[in-house]
Design a binder for this molecule. Structure first.
Ligand code: AMP
Length: 249
């Protein structure tokens, strides 16, 4: 059994985002970049499945700039076996990513593809679903539990008002939600070992996919600044303010 995990290089979730002065986007100069947090969960899940037995190889794929190599190396240091970087500059939208991943799936022939439920930079939540549609495969999105059986995967999904369990016929697509697992940290020896693991580089041009963005970003703006709070002296004063100033009562 082979698992393909998709990882995207995004702005680190701890970074305080700065919007460019001309509003054309987010300032990425000298900003710390990391693996998309949901993709760390995807890598962790694949490793846990391999540790349980029955998984022979974990391949990690990323579409992005040369620096996305580091993102793949992080996954290799966590425990994945091999990486594929499809080099592409600039913004590659989910449909183009899904079309490239489809070709990788066709050559790699994994039994399971695990992606994050969304990338925290574009918040699209589209790639996994589009890949499943392009391949005509079953999909289990927003997974909070994943169990592999004979030719099938049991996926528990977080849906409005509860949990839903799906039985997917393999090969299938799974996207991860936050509660699926807590990703491990890579140990120093494993970081060293990961440097020697195979990482194949390909050019986006070789896939014949038009990666020109279909969406134009018109403007990007910071959220409105929150006003400072006030400390009220009594409950009566609070009720007065809620009635007369906030208009809530
Ligand atoms: P999105 O649809 O952009 O919110 O991304 C959902 C998931 O698709 C991410 O968590 C990744 O697992 C995968 N993904 C999106 N973009 C890329 C990319 N450029 N390279 C590899 N995987 C990606």
């Amino acid at each position: 059994m082979k698992i393909l995990v998709c990882v995207k290089r995004v702005v680190d979730y701890n970074v305080k985002i700065r919007v460019k002065a001309d509003g054309s986007g987010v300032d990425l100069a000298n900003v710390k970049m990391s693996m998309n947090p949901f993709d760390e969960i995807a890598v962790e899940e694949a490793i846990r499945l391999k540790e349980k037995g029955g998984v022979s190889e974990i391949v990690v794929a990323s579409i992005g700039p040369a620096q996305a190599q580091e993102t793949i190396r992080t996954a290799l240091a966590m425990g994945a076996d091999r990486g594929i970087l499809v080099k592409a500059e600039g913004r590659v939208e989910p449909l183009a990513v899904a079309k490239i991943l489809k070709q990788l799936v066709e050559t790699e022939a994994p039994d399971l593809v695990i992606l994050g439920k969304q990338a925290i930079d574009d918040d699209s939540n589209q790639t996994g679903q589009m890949l499943a549609a392009l391949l005509g495969w079953a999909q289990g999105t927003f997974a909070s539990k994943l169990e592999l059986g004979d030719g099938q995967a049991l996926v528990t999904r977080e849906v409005d008002g509860g949990l839903q369990t799906l039985n997917l016929k393999l090969p299938a697509i799974v996207t991860t939600d936050l509660r699926l697992n807590e990703p491990r940290y890579a140990s120093l020896p494993n970081i060293m070992k990961a440097k020697k693991k195979p990482l194949d580089e390909k050019a986006v041009e070789d896939f014949g996919v038009d990666v020109t963005p279909r969406l134009e970003v018109l403007t990007t703006s910071e959220p409105a600044k929150r006003q400072a709070g006030v400390i009220v002296g009594s409950v009566d004063e609070l009720i007065g303010k809620l009635k007369n100033e906030a208009g809530l009562l």
